[in-house]
Structures are given as C-alpha cells and as structure tokens.
Design a protein around this ligand. Structure first.
Ligand SMILES: CSC[C@@H](O)[C@@H](O)C(=O)COP(=O)(O)O
Length: 342
C-alpha cells in the first residue's frame, strides 16, 4: 500500500481525507499546491509529509528549469513548504536536506536532477528505516501480544510499511500478534478510517475502539502494550504525537502497561530541548464540530482543536528507532544514538 507516487515532473497523492470511502489520486505539479495538500491533510503523517515535501521541491525545480532566478525561487518554495504544518519535524528535516542540495549544486542546470535524486533517497530510506523499526519493535515482545495504537502510523503515514503500525506488521508477520485495538482518533478519525483500512488490507485482527474506551480496556487487562508514532521527539524524550496520546501514556503508567514510541531518527529533534518548545498545531474548530461537513454541535457552539499533545519522556518506556530501542535518561541516550549512527 502506498499513498505517494512520484516522477520527475509530478507528484501523485492518494487523498487521505476521502479514505476509506473513495480512493482518489490527485496530481501536483507545483510546490505551492503540495503545501496546500499538506495543510489540508490530503497527505499526512510525519514521515509522509517529509517525503511529499521533498518531491514537491524536486517537481518545482523541474518546472522552473531555465528560469532566471531559479535558486531564489526554490529557496522560497522550501520556506513555504516548511510552514505547511508546524509540529511534525520531519518536514523541516526533509527541507534541510533539499536546501543542502541547492547549496551544494553550483550548476543550475543540474539542480532538478540533484533534487529529484535526494527526494528519491529520502523516500527509499524511509521504507528501509520503517522495516528496521518494525523488526526492533517486534523483538520487544513475546508471542500472543495485544497492542493498542493511536492515529495512523502505517503505509499511508510514511513512504511504506509504517512506524508503530510497522511494529504491528512485523509482529503479525512473525506470528507474535494476537490483536490490535485501533483508537478511532477524534476528530480526524485516522484510526477508524485509515488504520482500519490498512489492517483490513493486511488481514491483521483488530477492533476499532473510541478514544475514551482505552482506560476500560486496560482495566480489563485486554492490552499488553501501547505503541504509537511521533511527530517530534525533543532531546529529553518528550514526544509530540496526535492529540489523545498523552492520555494513553498516563493510563498505561497507571495500569503498569509499557508505552512505546516508534519513530525514525528523522523525528528526533535535538535542537528542541523539551516538549514545552514544540509548536502545537491548532486546527479549525470546525474539524471538531463537524464530521464530513455535517454539524454535530448546536449552532454557535465553540470548540478547541489542538491537533497534537506532548507526552513527557518519563512516561515513555522506550523509543523504537531504526537503530534499536533507546530508553531513559533520554537526554543522554538520544544524543548518543544520533552521534553514533551519523
Ligand atoms: C508515522 S506517523 C507518526 C505521526 O505523524 C502520527 O502518529 C500522527 O500524529 C499523525 O498526525 P496527522 O495529523 O494525521 O498528520
């Protein structure tokens, strides 16, 4: 399953706002339009928006080939893409890499080719990295495990395979998995719409549960571990992820259940000291008061919509990366991990 397809002159995105009812692909030929698609969540999930952003710059370079101020226009496109969604650091991570290619390529006629090659590498690395996360995560568990997960962290949220859902895929492939509980994930319903779509496709046994059922399931001893993704991990292990994740971590701690974050090292942001410094995207209240354009609240009702929350590192049992599982104290283990591997 794949939600992003690329070629040098265009990017195709599977419209995730329409899934699972409709499988509609849109074609994009400008960075501006891809930025809008990211904002509108037609493509979403931290690694996926990084990959889409990288191809957006490549497509833009292809479109602008031969124009006078190519470099300045590309840097403008990069800056514009960076702002499409603020919380997931993978978009910035990918833009840093595209900007480095622009800086390192002296010959303007070579820019389009070099940027496409870098975008391709980002996409291919993401797939490889996710498989490694899946293996590292699966090694944590015995056979017969029941996992609760939140939001969508699968093929749709990445270039392929997934992070937390990659761990679930690997557990299933190894015959270790008994059951998945997929939080519906209000208000965007990434769990009920997208995770369920992927799990059904893979034949993985699961139930959709509303976000508010998690505590009850834990109390009934139906959950062995919580595995979620991340949008940004600060140096101290504080982790921003889809709204509702923090509540799961608190519940897991109360019930003595391990709480794992599965994420590529591109999601670790050592420049952000703690979760307090992570920008939290505030989205439209209408995404809360309406479902598929239908109002579910009385006219005049107001609503809040922080799209992410921050789970303190002290509640995170371990962070599953492509290089293995790291544990607290994160101020030490995360910088050591990044230093060692790069
Ligand atoms: C591998 S995806 C990791 C995170 O990006 C995911 O858990 C999440 O919070 C996605 O939020 P979204 O608003 O759907 O982009």
């Amino acid at each position: 399953m794949q939600a992003i397809r690329w070629r040098q002159d265009a990017l195709d995105l599977l419209d995730q706002t329409k899934l699972p009812q409709e499988e509609i692909w849109h074609t994009y030929q400008t960075a501006h339009d891809v930025a809008q698609a990211i904002r509108d969540m037609k493509v979403r999930g931290a690694p996926a928006i990084g990959t889409a952003g990288a191809f957006a710059v490549a497509v833009e370079a292809n479109r602008l080939q031969g124009s006078n101020n190519l470099r300045a226009q590309l840097l403008q496109a990069v800056a514009h893409l960076r702002q499409a969604r603020p919380t997931a650091v993978n978009l910035n991570w990918a833009m840093d890499r595209m900007e480095a290619v622009i800086a390192a390529t002296d010959d303007d006629t070579k820019l389009a080719e070099a940027l496409y090659a870098k975008a391709l590498q980002i996409a291919q690395d993401d797939l490889r990295v996710n498989r490694a996360i899946g293996d590292a995560g699966a090694a944590l568990f015995e056979t017969g495990v029941r996992i609760l997960t939140h939001c969508n962290t699968g093929s749709l949220a990445t270039t392929g395979y997934g992070t937390a859902l990659g761990v679930i895929r690997s557990l299933h492939a190894n015959g270790q998995l008994t059951h998945v509980f997929a939080d519906e994930t209000r208000p965007y319903l990434q769990g009920a719409r997208l995770t369920a779509y992927e799990l059904l496709h893979e034949g993985i046994p699961f139930d959709i549960v509303t976000d508010s059922m998690a505590g009850h399931l834990m109390q009934q001893q139906m959950v062995d571990a919580v595995v979620v993704g991340a949008d940004r991990i600060a140096k101290n292990g504080d982790t921003a992820n889809k709204i509702g994740t923090y509540a799961l971590a608190v519940l897991a701690r109360y019930h003595g259940i391990p709480f794992y974050v599965a994420a590529p090292t591109s999601t670790i942001d050592l420049a952000t000291t703690s979760g307090a410094d992570i920008p939290i995207e505030q989205r439209s209240a209408r995404e809360v008061t309406e479902i598929f354009g239908q109002s579910i609240a009385p006219v005049g009702a107001t609503a809040l919509h922080p799209a992410f929350d921050v789970t303190p590192g002290e509640l995170v049992t371990g962070i599953i990366t492509e290089f293995g599982v790291v544990r607290a104290p994160y101020e030490e283990s995360l910088p050591a991990l990044l230093k060692e591997e790069f």
